[in-house]
Design a protein around this ligand. Structure first.
Ligand code: HEM
Length: 235
């Protein structure tokens, strides 16, 4: 049996080391799913999203006025919000181009727009051909990109209200509100699926790794591609 590698007296976690700059590789019993750059981009999007949400909600309605205290008051929240919005959009754009190549819909995933999503929620249907991302994740990916663009454009109009006709401005308020409410609801589901609903998923965005069992269960085709194990050796 090989000894655990050490630096000085500290054991080295080989999977975490590999996850700095490699992904889709097997290290012992783990598989690197998201390398460090991907995780940093994702958490930058997430952080700026929540700064936007918590600074925007007290501006939106006095019911959420207490949230302004996080920023030192409503006036400060009004200053923070548009700049956080710009940062959120820029990180979202980086995330979009970073993951675009892996998020293309396959013909078999088109029905995610309809019945497949319900089947998935009920743990029904055949998932054996699910690759690194399932159709729902791809849908969510494109929805967040569209949402970020909608929030940016409508937000810019609201930032310079006197530069645009009244009707355009009213439309931008509507788009901004609908987009942020839809976004906030989607993120609740996203966090639930990435944590409590599917144990082991959160580690993909922290350590960068998942277990072989997790990969076989949720993304069997990705597991087969990465491991070369087509399951023929199991009974
Ligand atoms: C506390 C907040 C969040 C948590 C706990 C979280 C968790 C995760 C996890 C665990 C994954 C990896 C899923 C996998 O590898 O299969 C992931 C992926 C992803 N996250 Fe998040 N996330 C959060 C916030 C956000 C926000 C705010 C956005 C966008 C505005 C976002 C967009 C994405 C996208 C596009 C993916 C790739 C597609 C997918 O796996 O759904 N996340 N997230």
């Amino acid at each position: 049996m090989s000894a655990t590698p050490t630096v000085g007296h500290r054991p080295v976690d080989l999977a975490v080391v590999a996850a700095r700059d490699r992904e889709n590789v097997i290290v012992g019993n783990e598989i690197v799913r998201h390398r460090r750059a991907s995780r940093l981009i994702h958490w930058s999007v997430s952080l700026t999203f929540f700064v936007c949400l918590f600074s925007g909600m007290p501006i939106w309605s006095p019911i959420f006025g207490w949230m302004a205290a996080f920023f030192g008051g409503l006036s400060a929240a009004r200053v923070v919000h548009p700049w956080a919005g710009i940062a959120f959009f820029l990180f979202s754009a980086v995330m979009f181009f970073h993951w675009l190549g892996e998020m293309r819909f396959l013909p078999s995933e088109r029905d995610w727009l309809g019945p497949k999503a319900l089947e998935y929620m009920r743990y029904e249907g055949d998932d054996s051909e699910v690759g690194k991302y399932n159709g729902g994740q791809k849908l969510f990916f494109f929805a967040t990109a569209l949402g970020a663009l909608g929030l940016l454009l409508s937000g810019l109009l609201m930032w310079w209200p006197s530069a645009f006709p009244r009707v355009v401005l009213q439309l931008s308020y509507l788009i901004h509100d609908v987009a942020f409410i839809a976004f906030a609801i989607a993120i609740v589901f996203h966090i639930y699926l990435g944590t409590a609903a599917e144990p082991g998923t959160f580690g993909a965005m922290t350590r960068g790794t998942v277990t072989r069992g997790w990969a076989r269960l949720h993304h069997p085709k990705w597991y087969r591609d990465v491991s070369g194990d087509d399951g023929s050796r199991r009974g």
